[in-house]
Write a protein of this length. Structure first.
Length: 253
């Protein structure tokens, strides 16, 4: 896997522009007063799937070859990545299958089904679903869309930071929540290319710290995943996002 660069991000933005709108970034007086700084919130909840990941899904699915489109795609998700793949697959006429944990968010499951995806339940945690997904992909020849180890996915989600810096070029710090790390990796690529002085800070739940511990150790580790925040729930670090974070991420909390 080649790490994407700012050129890949600019190409991704051109690809995804026809399908999603630019999201707003707002500042709120109460938050500014609480934190003691001028703070902006990038509202990726305005995306059609409610999360930033749809940027990567569209960039990747739009570039599948004819065989991959014919075979269909499969992915594992706690919800947001699955919605991204389902939304993009529906756009481009590709059959999508999403493997989710047994207790997956029912609203997100309904959304994926509403976008035409087949939802397959397996296991208690995300990593149980991921391993089952990989088995199904190998057995049936589906195009496996990993939630982190996909250069075009990371290039797509990196377009979020391009918009942020166009709207507020003087940003000093960008704070990014981390599950598998694709979003943080994308922000690092864009921010470092535009202004290397920007501090990108990743934040992960103490109840699912695999990416944080991997970043500290500079090797991939597994850790218990007990967080209730399903968008951040993973017990395994992913190789491609970690390689980017090891090189570019200034701080991880």
């Amino acid at each position: 896997m080649e790490k994407p660069d700012i050129g890949d991000v600019l190409i991704a933005r051109r690809r995804i522009q026809p399908y999603i709108r630019r999201t707003p970034m707002h500042t709120y007086p109460a938050i500014n007063e609480l934190i003691g700084a001028e703070v902006y919130v990038k509202h990726e909840n305005y995306q059609p799937t409610g999360a930033f990941k749809v940027r990567g899904g569209i960039n990747l699915i739009s570039q599948l070859d004819d065989k991959e489109k014919s075979n269909g795609v499969i992915s594992a998700s706690t919800g947001n990545h699955g919605q991204s793949v389902a939304f993009a697959a529906q756009l481009f006429g590709v059959k999508a299958r999403i493997v989710v944990p047994e207790a997956a968010n029912p609203g997100k499951v309904a959304a994926m089904r509403g976008m035409g995806a087949e939802v397959i339940f397996h296991g208690e945690r995300f990593d149980d679903a991921r391993l089952h997904c990989e088995t199904l992909a190998a057995e049936h020849g589906y195009r496996y869309v990993h939630s982190g180890n996909e250069p075009m996915l990371i290039a797509g989600v990196a377009t979020e930071a391009l918009e942020m810096l166009e709207d507020e070029p003087a940003l000093d710090v960008i704070i990014v929540p981390v599950g598998g790390g694709s979003g943080a990796a994308g922000v690092c690529i864009s921010a470092n290319a535009i202004n290397p002085k920007i501090r990108v800070i990743g934040v992960q739940s103490e109840a699912a710290p695999a990416a944080y511990e991997s970043w500290r150790a500079k090797r991939l580790v597994e850790r218990p995943d007990t967080t209730f925040a399903e968008g951040l729930a993973t017990g395994t670090a992913f190789a491609l996002p970690q390689e980017i974070l090891w090189e570019r991420l200034k701080e991880f909390v």
